[in-house]
Design a protein around this ligand. Structure first.
Ligand SMILES: O=C[C@H](O)COP(=O)(O)O
Length: 271
């Protein structure tokens, strides 16, 4: 059964763990095994809540082997991809390679790529298109820094990133796309945006997608929140109408904590 946290749309909740530059390929296998065991012990129903992990590139082959060998219902993806298909691009990874490794998703435009690697909106738009070209679903990350939040222009800023990232997509691609709203000031800081902040931005993103691609399409696009998510705040954020999932950083490195986030439904308090 496909479920939604809000019951209004047919969007399956999606909990994703971004390991960032943590976990070598041996540690990564152990982490994924522990996560799978914990979720299995808890009788997690993957048909109700989708689970994905984003390990470093060097872990992906091992993750693929484990997922296939143990028939795990966990999706996985790359943390970045090249805008190019192949060629003299030292250090880059093609979407084609990710597809070949069974990656279902790829992160595009994480704030750490935007700020540390200076990736521009044009490059990120090319990466979104490259992901679709190679059959990998992009998770486009958008969000504002602290100064922009304090200036009160966070919605405009984030929607500009969104518009640039989705330029040239068709409606089918926009429906398949996942967008992650990650306020930079809340990443790895312990500062979590309130559920109302997450809802404000996700509603604005959905409205903008509706303007660009039509309301029916926008109703299908899954929108995630990311930034200092833990098991004790996940359920409250996911109760919001336009928030369909979470992109979890630090807490995804602890299998018990991440499993608890995945099982957010068991923490939901009915009004
Ligand atoms: O990709 C994940 C986000 O950057 C959030 O990271 P965090 O949960 O460690 O704050």
């Amino acid at each position: 059964m496909t479920t939604s946290t809000n019951g209004a749309f047919d969007r399956k909740p999606f909990i994703a763990g971004n390991w960032k530059m943590n976990m070598d390929h041996v540690q990564g296998i152990t982490l994924l095994q522990k996560l799978a065991w914990t979720l299995s012990d808890a009788k997690h129903d993957y048909s109700r809540v989708e689970v994905a992990v984003f390990p470093p590139f060097t872990d992906l082959r091992g993750v693929q082997t484990l997922v296939q060998g143990d028939d795990l219902d966990v999706a996985y993806g790359g943390q970045d991809l090249s805008q190019f298909d192949s060629g003299a691009y030292t250090g880059d990874i093609s979407g084609q390679f990710l597809n070949k490794l069974g990656c279902k998703y790829v992160l595009v435009g994480h704030s750490e790529r935007r700020t540390i690697h200076n990736e521009s909106d044009d490059v990120l738009n090319a990466k979104v298109k490259a992901a679709f070209k190679h059959g990998v679903t992009p998770v486009l990350c958008v969000g504002e820094g602290l100064e922009i939040r304090q200036a009160g222009t966070h919605v405009n800023h984030t929607l500009e990133q969104l518009r640039a990232g989705v330029a040239g997509l068709n409606a089918d691609q926009a429906a398949e796309l996942v967008v992650a709203y990650e306020p930079v000031w809340a990443i790895g800081t312990g500062e979590v945006a309130g559920p109302e902040d997450a809802q404000e931005m996700c509603a604005a993103i959905r409205a903008e997608l509706g303007q660009l691609f039509g309301a029916d399409t926008a109703a299908k696009t899954r929108l995630l929140y990311g930034g200092s998510v833990k098991a004790n705040n996940a359920a409250a954020i996911l109760k919001e109408r336009d928030v369909d999932g979470l992109l979890v950083g630090g807490a995804s490195l602890d299998p018990a904590e991440f499993a608890n986030i995945v099982r957010f439904e068991s923490h939901l308090v009915t009004d």
